[in-house]
Design a protein around this ligand. Sequence first.
Ligand SMILES: Nc1nc2c(ncn2[C@@H]2O[C@H](COP(=O)(O)OP(=O)(O)OP(=O)(O)O)[C@@H](O)[C@H]2O)c(=O)[nH]1
Ligand SMILES: [Mg+2]
Length: 602
Amino acid sequence: MVKVRKSGDVLEHLAEEAGERSSPRGAPSIEIPASLSVRQLADLLQISAVEVIKQLMRNGIMANINQVIGYEAAAAIATGLGCEVRQKPRTAGEVKRRLRDEEPAGLQPRPPVVTVMGHVNHGKTRLLDAIRQANVMATEAGGITQRIGAYQVEVNGQKISFLDTPGHEAFTAMRAQGAQVTDVTILVVAADDGVMPQTLEAIDHARAAGVPIVVAINKIDKPDANPELVKQQLADAGLLIEEWGGDTVCVSISAKEKQGISDLMENLLVVAEMEDLRANPSQPAVGVVIEAEMDKTKGPLATVLIQTGSLRLGDTIVVGTTWGRVKAMFNDVGKRVRKAEPSTPVEVLGLDDVPQVGDTLTAMASESQARALIQKRQLEMQQGPKAVRLDNISDQISAGGVKELNIILKADVQGSIEPIRSSLEQLGMEEVKLRIIHSAIGNITESDVMLAIASNGLIIGFNTGCEAGARRLAGVKGIDIRFYDVIYNLVDDVDKALKGMLEPTYVEVIDGRAEIRAIFSAGKGGKIAGVYVTEGKVSRSVSVRVWRQEQMVFESKVGSLRRFKDDVKEVAAGFECGVGIQDFSDFQVGDMLEFFSQEKAG
Ligand SMILES: Nc1nc2c(ncn2[C@@H]2O[C@H](COP(=O)(O)OP(=O)(O)OP(=O)(O)O)[C@@H](O)[C@H]2O)c(=O)[nH]1
Ligand SMILES: [Mg+2]
């Protein structure tokens, strides 16, 4: 049975549980100490902490889940819920606890940074527009021309920053760069369409990042809207909303009619409070690039979200592997500013070169320190990726480098996912936890690879293909993708890998790729593919896979390699040649050939 913990039901619920502790009037009676944390009050009242925070906000108190509040505030809420309240005498232990909860010096609350995710066409962009229009500060209303990829709104005197690029792909791409900027994510689900594959993917991506989700059920203005069905579907996906006894905040909205937007904003603030977001505005700035471009007249421009510290005009900054001095800064509405505080997006002018999205900005004390940091970063880049692979996982476990093995599982049909998941999850050991952070049907996509990069995971494909872009990205980043068509082999490999018994310890190195442009006969029914080498090189001795669109159709060895009439050893990118493949002649124009060899790992 679903345990209902809505505030409206509290009275009844408490009365039921309190039994003989009820006061003569029948109202439940509780004892509240001189001070207690929000979480403790929630436990006492048997409602969710989110609900307590909401009630506190209504009483003008902003508090997070661990914050300690006084008797008066707590009593006001309990009374408001119909409880009879008595004060409990203060103990020495409580006095000590209070002292321990004091804040570390310099840390101050900062606005939450919010990203919008959800399935295609569920209204992400429309919602971002609605929020922007509804909440731009009065002084700027009318002439709003947002210029950069993020904006800030003010709700009840509190600021919220929104990143303008919706979707979990952008979110995870940033994480893959090592930058986590999002504090809270809004999951938009259209009430007339329900939970869809990209909704589920977004949930998994947010969870893998440990970012809390606020659900916005959108398009409730539509006649065929069915918010209750959406709630059911979310529960089926393991996301239990408050109304149903879970922790996830859920708000019904219409981005089109601008309904429920302020409710959504207030709930974002509540969730942000629970996260206890803090930064120190008096230290040198650290931030992340969310947009970058070369302006014809101004030179390199970078939009940076400040994460901690304050960025000031004239500061020396290192951004990724470039550097400069802050010549000018503009806020989200294009106004010049002299200073940017934590969670504020600003456009920065004065860099030597255009940085990459996801690069870190660091304010430095001097030019020489800036150069030293750049050198360090360049060195790190040269060292390349150190991704986890099935054949090195046991070494990484024994070295203490890996505490959990994150797996992304793609399969051809839903029916395969559950048995694989349950078999894999039984393999977890004391030293290492096995987590399936995302599972879905379909081919392996770039988004899956991004998630693997961001979460230091690997990808398993069961009876499924892999998109060309995904393969390329995985190759560059060293992400391990394994294909299986027998569940036993899949589980056995992972088992052996965890125990350090997986053979062989070779890794695959992609040598080159070529596209089939023509097909020639070669006698005895054999065929030669006329190809154009698009990347790397082709050599005679290597292995080759034939890919047709997203599907791998054959794997074998290169049988012959010719340029014009001559046998050759190697053909480089940019040239055409003829390729024969051992035991294969079913070529089609447009097929891609992928040439690879095995190298010893480590
Ligand atoms: N009736 C109604 N239509 C809406 C609402 N919100 C968005 N739409 C419409 O739904 C369509 C998709 O909205 P978008 O905001 O573009 O959706 P999106 O999630 O950004 O879509 P992608 O960027 O393609 O993933 C548009 O035609 C919107 O006008 C709403 O609350 N009610
Ligand atoms: Mg959109």
